[in-house]
Design a protein around this ligand. Structure first.
Ligand code: FES
Length: 292
C-alpha cells in the first residue's frame, strides 16, 4: 500500500468512478471533433512533425506567461510602477491565447486514453478549465480597472494551475502518456535468428520474438523489412494491424508507420519504431538493431 501524499492523491483521483460517464461522453465528443478536423490537424497537434508530444512543449507558454504576471503583480504591489502592471496584464492575455493551443494539443492526446490515464487527463482538463475561467475573470477585471480583483483571481488561477500541472506530470511519469513504449529493453544488438525464411510469405506480416523483444517482419519480393512490433504509442501489436502498401496501421489507436523506415506517418504515436537490419543465413532470417 502506497503511503506518500502524492500517491494517495493519485489513488483518490483514480477511484472517482462517478466521473466515468462524463469522461466517456466528453471523449466521444472530442473524438468526433478531431475526426471532422481531419488527420492532418490531429497529427500536428499530437506532435508527429516534431517527433515529440506537442502538448508538454506548449504548456510552458501559459505557465510562463501567468507566472510572469504573478511576479509582476507582486512587484507592482510592493512599489512597482505602471509598466509592471501593463506587462502583467499583457502576460495574462498571452497566457489565455496560448492556453487555447495548449488545450487543443492536450485534447488530441487525451482522446486516445483509457482507464486511469483517461481519468487523470479528465481531471487535468477540468482543473485547466477552472484556471482559464479564473484568468479570464482576471483579464476582464484588469480591463475594468478592478485591479485588486484581477490580481486576486490571478493568484487563485496560478494556485489551481500548480495542482493541474502536478496531475499533468502524473500523466507522463506514472501513466507514461507520451513516453516511447516500443519496448526495446534488450533489442538484439548482434545478428540473431528470429524466424525460418520459409515461414515468411511474400506480402504478409509476421511477428517474431527474441529476448522479450517483439519484431514485425514483412517480405516484399526480395527484400525483408523489420521494425519493432510494439507500437511506440501505447504498446499495441503492429503485426495484428492493417497492412496498407509498405505501411502498417496499429490496431489500437490507428497510428501508421512506414515498415521500411519505422517512421511515423500518422499519429497519435510520435516516436518512430526501432528498425532492424535483416539478413538471411542458413535458411534463417536474422536481425540486429539498426544504428541511427
Ligand atoms: S498503441 Fe496507440 S496507436 Fe498503437
Amino acid at each position: 500500500m502506497s503511503n506518500s501524499a502524492a500517491e494517495r492523491l493519485t489513488e483518490l483521483i483514480e477511484h472517482q468512478n462517478w466521473l466515468e460517464p462524463a469522461e466517456r461522453s466528453v471523449q466521444s465528443a472530442v473524438s468526433k471533433v478531431f475526426e471532422s478536423a481531419g488527420r492532418g490537424v490531429t497529427d500536428v497537434l499530437n506532435g508527429v512533425w516534431l517527433g515529440h508530444p506537442l502538448h508538454p512543449v506548449l504548456t510552458d507558454l501559459p505557465i510562463g506567461a501567468w507566472t510572469t504576471a504573478l511576479v509582476l503583480d507582486l512587484a507592482s504591489m510592493y512599489g512597482g510602477g505602471r509598466r509592471h502592471r501593463e506587462v502583467a496584464d499583457a502576460a495574462v492575455g498571452l497566457g489565455l491565447v496560448s492556453a487555447l493551443a495548449t488545450a487543443a494539443a492536450g485534447l488530441a492526446d487525451w482522446k486516445d486514453t483509457q482507464g486511469k490515464d483517461r481519468r487523470a487527463g479528465f481531471v487535468h482538463a477540468a482543473l485547466n478549465t477552472v484556471v482559464v475561467g479564473l484568468y479570464t475573470g482576471s483579464f476582464f477585471a484588469r480591463r475594468n480597472r478592478a485591479r485588486a480583483l484581477g490580481q486576486a483571481l490571478g493568484v487563485a488561477g496560478w494556485t489551481v494551475l500548480l495542482a493541474s500541472a502536478w496531475v499533468g506530470g502524473e500523466l507522463v511519469y506514472r501513466y507514461r502518456d507520451g513516453v516511447d513504449q516500443s519496448n526495446q529493453l534488450e533489442p538484439p544488438e548482434k545478428w540473431t535468428p528470429v524466424l525460418a525464411e520459409a515461414d515468411l510469405p511474400d506480402g504478409q506480416m509476421r511477428r517474431a520474438e527474441t529476448g522479450g523483444t517483439r519484431i514485425l517482419l514483412l517480405r516484399r519480393t526480395n527484400r525483408i523489412f523489420a521494425i519493432s512490433d510494439t507500437c511506440s504509442h501505447r504498446g499495441g501489436p503492429l503485426s495484428e494491424g492493417r497492412l496498407d502498401g509498405d505501411c502498417v496501421e496499429c490496431p489500437w489507436h490507428g497510428s501508421v508507420f512506414d515498415i521500411a523506415t519505422g517512421d511515423v506517418i500518422h499519429g497519435p504515436a510520435v516516436h518512430s519504431q526501432p528498425r532492424y537490419e535483416v539478413r538471411v543465413k542458413d535458411g534463417q532470417i536474422e536481425v540486429k538493431l539498426a544504428r541511427a
